[in-house]
Design a protein around this ligand. Sequence first.
Ligand SMILES: Cc1cc2nc3c(=O)[nH]c(=O)nc-3n(C[C@H](O)[C@H](O)[C@H](O)COP(=O)(O)OP(=O)(O)OC[C@H]3O[C@@H](n4cnc5c(N)ncnc54)[C@H](O)[C@@H]3O)c2cc1C
Length: 293
Amino acid sequence: MAPRRLPDRRVEDPPWIAGDSEDPGDPGRVRGPPAVPARLVVAADGRRSRLAGLLGNEAESRPNERAALFGYFRGIPAPADNRSVFVMNDRDLACSYPLVDGRTELVLFAEKSRVEGWRGADGRMQEFLKYFDGLPDAPPVTDAVPEGPLLGYGDYPSLIRRPVAGSVPFVGDAALSLDAMSGVGCGFALLSAQLLAHAFAGRALDAEGVRDGLDDYRQRFEKTVLPHAEGICGDSLVDKDEATRQRMFETICGNPELSQKYLALTGRMVLPAEFQRAFMRGLMARGSGAARK
Ligand SMILES: Cc1cc2nc3c(=O)[nH]c(=O)nc-3n(C[C@H](O)[C@H](O)[C@H](O)COP(=O)(O)OP(=O)(O)OC[C@H]3O[C@@H](n4cnc5c(N)ncnc54)[C@H](O)[C@@H]3O)c2cc1C
């Protein structure tokens, strides 16, 4: 599948961002300290990017049907080899991360409807621990002592912006901030910064160099990052039925090569299309194996 291209709306940008603009309506000027001339300004100002607002780079918002709750605890025994444990439970994902000094972080990404009734700080904590207590493969939480209140969010839609607005490239969460369950935020922040650096390597920062560098960055971003974003936004919809999900994971786990590919996909080392091709081959091999029996 060809990578999706976000609609291109060019904004006439100034070559530099200045403070104390005399024109408060000027979208390229930020009020603040005195003017700093720059040949390239990069927007790396996070999910609520103010630069995106100033440059009219509106975010496309995609629904995320899971809420997230997390907290830090003592008294939870670390599993063998100090391994993190991830339990897929129905449509939720429960994670346990052993940390240093006997602390453990518990994280739950759960369907919103499941946690909506968990009211009040104490009630929420009780329900949260009860949830982990009921998971067969999670470490025991009977003696868990919270180190503080539960943190998290009830609604965290994925936000996707154009990687370039006018003459300003966007990197990290300013460009795309996805469902935290995917665990890609810091990785994609570094990846997008690296793509930008590669796009500008060896180019002069004159008008032509900047234009070509920005175009190169946009293409790299759309080819490398957006296909993952599509898959992650799909996962956030939580609408796969249990039988389909079970079949998918049986196919993946029953085939060592496919298991490696799946790990590479979730580590964002291969593109979704490459995994999908391998998955289709795995499905066919499974089908023909079953037919032979
Ligand atoms: C609950 C939760 C759990 C997460 N878990 C993970 C995880 O397990 N793994 C993972 O990889 N990611 C995770 N993330 C996402 C991750 O935190 C972000 O993707 C990552 O921090 C993005 O980095 P960034 O540098 O683009 O943006 P940010 O970290 O938001 O940094 C932007 C910076 O710009 C600064 N800034 C903003 N405006 C201005 C201004 N006008 N002038 C100067 N500075 C400004 C801000 O102060 C901030 O320091 C999680 C997010 C949440 C909410």
